[in-house]
Design a protein around this ligand. Structure first.
Ligand SMILES: *[C@@H]1O[C@H](CO)[C@@H](O)[C@H](O)[C@H]1NC(C)=O
Ligand SMILES: *[C@@H]1O[C@H](CO)[C@@H](O)[C@H](O)[C@H]1NC(C)=O
Ligand SMILES: *[C@@H]1O[C@H](CO)[C@@H](O)[C@H](O)[C@H]1NC(C)=O
Ligand SMILES: *[C@@H]1O[C@H](CO)[C@@H](O)[C@H](O)[C@H]1NC(C)=O
Ligand SMILES: *[C@@H]1O[C@H](CO)[C@@H](O)[C@H](O)[C@H]1NC(C)=O
Ligand SMILES: *[C@@H]1O[C@H](CO)[C@@H](O)[C@H](O)[C@H]1NC(C)=O
Ligand SMILES: *[C@@H]1O[C@H](CO)[C@@H](O)[C@H](O)[C@H]1NC(C)=O
Length: 410
């Protein structure tokens, strides 16, 4: 699980590097060390911050980075040796800076709703979606499990630099960061005045249990080991653990119904990560080639993907139906995992054939965030996974800027 995600994340760093020029320096939060808020390897946690400007100075977007989980000492030790478990390694692997793009980008042409916001990205180095808080350091390998403390230390830092006075605040994250968003959304909301508009977006964070579907036992046992390795039993929301076991309280379907803060879910019904990684943990070469090129999938595999879509859609629908307050969601049919951090997944998604109701994913999210319109839609037309790759970046950017020029509100 970790390996594939690693590959996906490194790829996205590289892709972002080619397409953008908004380079943002990574900062170590040294003050966190005194609070015991450190990465698996003991280095301080880190973030990348781009200050807001113009009429965005009172708006804050906080993003959790993603990258799977570790579920035993060996996996956590492995993570501590690269960027998902060590800020020192992160900084050396990416040469000290990252690129902000998509809904994080500062160019108004491509990101009209959020371009001038404060953008604060929290790097992921604890392996538990920012939930662990184990006092003792692992005696054998010096591993520290302190994700929840990292979250708290980052919030202290954000308040110190002015987030407490926000007019608008948004917490988001992709993948394991999308799960972190679901787990921390209400706590985040509680940092603000009643007058602040606070909302959360979970991007590809709706990991389904699918108990009776391929991999059901494996998914459950995976999260069970995440719970035990990171000591999460008493860290998960009590609104969930009062009804379900701690293991089941890492599945969003059991968490989302109790969240009080407005929440939006961006998902693919053919989530590339869940299908590629969590259905057949022991993957054969045929499944791997089908996942890397959809044209090579055989009829059995296509049926399995259609069944996955059916289960995801139904799980999401009943989760929404069971929810105390209203949710927004967009479920599309492109083969994808993660959207907000690049233009093809968010602000320019229509150009690659991905969107609903004739809108880019970022436009839908902007309309929902600013209360211009609600959105609860799934692609019910395409029941096969689509490859929404599109053109090379310069052509995509050109088509996208033409799109926005012609869709500008008078
Ligand atoms: C966007 O960020 C880049 C890199 O930090 C900077 O050079 C550029 O001036 C910024 N653009 C705007 C519109 O702020
Ligand atoms: C970091 O710098 C090295 C040496 O200049 C280069 O080979 C490598 O590709 C860079 N990595 C990234 C992620 O930019
Ligand atoms: C935004 O990107 C467009 C297209 O690449 C470019 O023409 C424009 O100068 C950029 N705007 C800013 C403010 O950087
Ligand atoms: C753990 O940390 C202690 C104190 O910093 C050090 O002496 C020891 O060598 C470390 N052990 C390992 C396995 O890295
Ligand atoms: C399709 O591929 C799977 C492996 O992913 C294999 O088990 C199955 O037999 C194949 N089915 C057909 C109809 O070729
Ligand atoms: C999608 O299409 C691109 C370009 O044709 C191809 O390189 C890629 O392998 C395809 N991806 C999948 C998952 O089919
Ligand atoms: C929603 O509630 C129904 C009835 O209480 C329950 O059977 C179902 O499992 C719940 N769905 C989810 C996704 O939690």
């Amino acid at each position: 699980m970790a390996t594939l995600l690693l590959a996906l994340t490194i790829l996205s760093l590289v892709v972002a590097g080619i397409e953008a020029d908004q380079s943002v320096t990574i900062t170590l939060l040294d003050s966190a060390v005194a609070k015991g808020a450190v990465c698996l390897d003991g280095t301080p946690p880190s973030y990348a911050y781009s200050p807001g400007f113009g009429d965005g100075v009172d708006n804050w977007h906080v993003i959790f980075d993603g990258g799977g989980w570790c579920r035993n000492v060996a996996e956590c030790l492995d993570r501590s040796k690269h960027y998902l478990g060590s800020s020192a390694k992160l900084i050396s692997e990416v040469n000290g800076s990252v690129y902000f793009n998509g809904m994080l980008g500062n160019n108004s042409t491509f990101n009209p709703d959020f371009y001038n916001w404060h953008v604060f990205k929290i790097f992921y180095c604890d392996g538990s979606s920012f939930m662990s808080n184990v006092e003792d350091v692992d005696p054998m390998y010096n591993l520290t499990y302190r994700g929840a403390r990292i979250y708290d230390a980052m919030m202290d830092e954000l308040l110190r630099i002015g987030m407490g006075n926000a007019k608008n605040a948004l917490l988001s994250g992709g993948s394991a960061g999308g799960l972190a968003t679901i787990l921390h959304c209400d706590k985040f909301q509680s940092l603000f005045h009643d007058t602040t508009r606070v909302k959360c977006i979970s991007d590809s964070g709706f990991f389904i249990h699918g108990q009776h579907f391929f991999g059901g036992d494996w998914r459950e046992s995976f999260f069970s080991r995440v719970v035990s390795t990171h000591g999460l039993t008493n860290m998960l929301p009590t609104s969930c653990t009062s009804k379900f076991s701690p293991t089941l309280c890492l599945f969003p379907e059991n968490l989302v119904p109790d969240i009080q803060t407005p929440l939006f879910l961006i998902e693919s019904a053919f989530d590339a990560y869940q299908i590629a990684v969590t259905l057949f943990p022991a993957k054969g070469p045929q499944w791997i080639s089908c996942n890397s090129n959809l044209m090579l999938c055989n009829s059995t595999e296509i049926e399995i993907m259609k069944d996955f879509r059916f289960i995801l859609i139904n799980t999401l629908k009943s989760t929404i139906a069971n929810s105390s307050s209203k949710r927004g969601y967009l479920v599309h049919s492109c083969w994808r995992h993660g959207h907000m951090e690049d233009i093809s997944g968010s602000t320019c998604s229509l150009i690659v054939g991905n969107g609903l109701a004739n809108k880019n994913i970022a436009e839908v999210v902007g309309d929902w965030y600013f209360d211009r319109s609600e959105f609860q839609e799934m692609d019910m037309v395409n029941n096969l996974p689509r490859n929404c790759t599109g053109d090379d970046l310069p052509i995509l950017e050109k088509k996208c800027s033409d799109y926005y020029i012609h869709h500008q509100m008078p």
